[in-house]
Design a protein around this ligand. Sequence first.
Ligand code: NAI
Length: 333
Amino acid sequence: MVKAVVLGAAGGIGQPLSLLLKINPLVSELGLFDIVNTPGVAADLSHISTPSKTAGALPPNDGLKATLKGAQVVVIPAGVPRKPGMTRDDLFKINAGIVRDLAIAIATTCPKAFVLVISNPVNSTVPIVAEILKKHGVFDPKRLFGVTTLDVVRASTFVAETLGDQKLAPKVTVPVVGGHSGVTILPLLSQSQPPLPAGFADDKRDELVKRIQFGGDEVVKAKDGAGSATLSMAYAGERFADLIIRAIGGEKGIVAPSYVNLAADKDGGEGLKKAIGKELEYFSARVEIGPEGVEKILPLGNLSTYEEGLLKAALPELETNIAKGVEFIQTAK
Ligand code: NAI
């Protein structure tokens, strides 16, 4: 059993995510931190009759450090969400600083924790956390994860809809690789299980790929200024956190999608870099996770010619997003 901490716990994602972690039987202690409302959220959750203890803190009196103390898993959904017309990159200005400050507290309080970053733009916020941990001499690439699970969850749902059977949704698996924003999200529909129907038309395939890449926009538009995905993200975030917690507990064969530093791989990511044809430091792929973190980044498998084109289109944006995160810390005064 582990101590899990949510940073940004009073937010649209933070609250339902904290609820799901509170009812996860593998969590023994749940620490909640936000700049507002955490005592109320923690008091509310603490009445749920599950074994975990819950505590919530605000910034004064070192609330962040007290919350992080002893944490094995830290999930970060802190920061502002998108409004209609915004890209994830538009959030950088505000969220980069928030994530940097939270990463400093992690580096100095629980440097061995598994850190799960939800705050957007994930393509850049994960490098920000890594650079901070490096600065403090505590970076372990095996323990830092960008949460891309929602892309995979959406792919399963939309493919099941396409197959005309919602009941298939929990069973459909589609690897989604690359990054976590627009064209950097690469759903490998050619590897869908169950597969799409033989002779599935190219225009339908293009539509489905676009829907997975820009699924977040559907929610942003429907919420009409009130934010982005929160409930589906809380579901996806807990699903990923649960896999991490089970891996820490020694369960074998845990494979999850995640945006990771390629140095986490056994071969330093050389195989993957070769497959994508570029020296990127971060990429999202299916990763095998064990008690010490990432054990292996799994190969992408066979890409169709169409998917190779998508990959080519994604790489420049991904590279720019990564550099933006790295430079934010490296060039800071
Ligand atoms: P929200 O605005 O409802 O909640 C964010 C929370 O963070 C607020 O309670 C706020 O007080 C808190 N916060 C702000 N600064 C903080 C700090 N310095 N320390 C601790 N907490 C702080 O936003 P929502 O909808 O929960 O989204 C949060 C983030 O998650 C956004 O960046 C959003 O873009 C991202 N997101 C990521 C997804 C993914 O697939 N990775 C999917 C959906 C959203």
